[in-house]
Design a binder for this molecule. Structure first.
Ligand code: GDP
Ligand code: IMO
Ligand code: MG
Length: 428
């Protein structure tokens, strides 16, 4: 199998976990390259359902190496909880590896995430409050602590002292929050470090050795294109490069070793958190609340109700371009079965101008009014379809039209949460 980057194309929760789990068995290694436990990737295998936050979705396959790459941020307590959960269920974590260069989420990152959001008031980002932004902020400020620092108490204490010299005055003087001492943090983090020691290694070397042996790698993106710090709807974004380019910087594998880019795209759109979303339908507008309730659009990480709307073709084209998509996996087509007709946004209008690509200026995007095309629905259950031909002709036409709009072939169509509920059109 050719090495592949799997990437979210909208605002997250497109079904990356499901597709990653579906194809991971064909790869020798799955690597997460950015983000942390802000991610919530759902895997459904038979009657078991897992919501993964830190561990890559390749974990279900014992022979597949699962790597948390250098571009990630790690909450050690959450990682240990996931490791324990899998081991309890008889799923081995012996092949899990964590980069020594991944950054560690500290308790003060979580405090600051909440405090910054409160300070922003009605302009808040609606973060997951997992400390992701402040952790990446410290990484860029060069005062972050990395997984390798956890392995040597002296180093950990020395670096923590430097970090606290900058963090404590903020907590205390700006936000009136309790401060931290080195001893206090060591007391909780060092025992976790001992448990994590066997997993921490130089994953850059490990991955490149695999490449040299001719093995294949699946790069599992978290979050999504429109949440990317550079290419997303800034400032309503996360703090990492979720787009395909992040796969190389976040893993240490060279670009020439990436063969394909698989974009995960929901058959409609959801977003959780603040920020513009041109095709958004209010819960009341959404007749029968079909997208929200049939689509079960509630966050895996925070339980928040996701904002729902019609498929946005402008964003789909943008995602094809920014990520260099070679294939698309279209998910949750089954959720649209209830509609008589289905709308698809093909352009935006703002102040009399028409936009067929994502407007660069934030204000234009925020005020964009969608131009819709209306397609006939199919009004029948498609969750049992396993080939493209079994789909009603209206559903086939819907898929073909999205393919045209996105400018990339749709290689998978998912018609339910289970691994089995997937149509493979072109993926080999
Ligand atoms: P991720 O963050 O991209 O991995 O996506 P999430 O796991 O947060 O959200 C996707 C949700 O949709 C999960 O509950 C999946 O089990 C579910 N799901 C994935 N594909 C399909 C599908 O084709 N149909 C339906 N009905 N549900 C799906
Ligand atoms: P997966 O991988 C959907 C959103 C948050 C918020 C913004 C910034 O499951 O698709 P952060 O905590 O990252 O600083 O929050 O990004 N967000 C996600 N939305 N799915 C995710 O992950 C998300 N991770 C972060 O809601 O708007
Ligand atoms: Mg999710």
């Amino acid at each position: 199998m050719a090495s592949t980057v799997l990437v979210g194309t909208q605002w997250g929760d497109e079904g990356k976990g499901k597709i990653c789990d579906l194809i991971a068995g064909d790869f020798d290694c799955v690597v997460r390259y950015q983000g942390g436990n802000n991610a919530g990737h759902t895997i459904v295998v038979g009657d078991r359902k897992y919501g993964l936050h830190q561990v890559p979705s390749g974990i279900m396959y014992p022979d597949c190496v699962s790597v948390i790459g250098n571009g990630c941020v790690v909450n050690p307590a959450v990682l240990l909880e996931e490791i324990d959960m899998f081991e309890r269920d008889g799923i081995t974590t012996a092949n899990l590896k964590v980069s020594g260069n991944a950054h560690v989420i500290m308790p003060y990152h979580i405090d600051l995430d909440g405090a910054y959001e409160e300070l922003l008031g009605k302009n808040n980002i609606g973060t997951t409050k997992r400390g992701i932004g402040p952790c990446y902020q410290d990484k860029m400020a060069r005062i972050g602590l990395r997984m390798q620092d956890l392995l040597d108490e002296g180093t950990f204490r020395a670096k923590l002292e430097v970090a606290l010299a900058r963090v404590n005055p903020q907590l205390d003087r700006i936000f009136g929050m309790p401060t931290y001492t080195v001893d206090q943090i060591c007391e909780t983090y060092l025992p976790m470090a001992e448990r994590l020691r066997p997993y921490i290694c130089e994953t850059g070397i490990l991955l490149n050795d695999l490449v040299e042996e001719g093995k294949s790698i699946l790069f599992e993106g978290a979050q999504a294109t429109l949440l990317d710090i550079d290419h997303g709807t800034y400032p309503f974004v996360t703090s990492s490069n979720c787009t395909a380019g992040g796969a190389v910087t976040g893993s240490g594998v060279g670009m020439k070793n990436v063969d394909r880019v698989l974009g995960i795209m929901k058959a409609y759109i959801t977003r959780v958190g603040s920020g513009p979303m041109p095709t958004e339908l209010s819960y009341e507008e959404e007749a029968g609340h079909t997208l929200t309730e049939v689509g079960a659009e509630y966050g895996v990480t925070t339980g928040r109700r996701r904002r729902c709307g019609w498929f946005d073709g402008v964003i789909a084209r943008y995602a094809t371009r920014v990520n260099g998509l070679t294939d698309i996996a279209l998910t949750k087509l089954d959720v649209l079965s209830a509609f008589d007709t289905i709308k698809v946004c093909v352009a935006y209008e703002c102040d009399g101008a028409r936009y067929t690509s994502v407007p660069e200026h934030q204000a234009v995007f925020a005020n964009a009014v969608p131009v819709y095309e209306e397609l006939p629905g199919w009004k029948c259950d498609i969750t049992g379809c396993r080939t493209f031909e079994e789909l009603p002709v209206e559903a086939q036409d819907y898929v073909r039209r999205l393919e045209e709009i996105a400018g990339c072939r749709i290689s998978f169509v998912a018609v339910g949460p289970d691994r089995e509920q997937t149509i493979n059109r072109f993926w080999k």
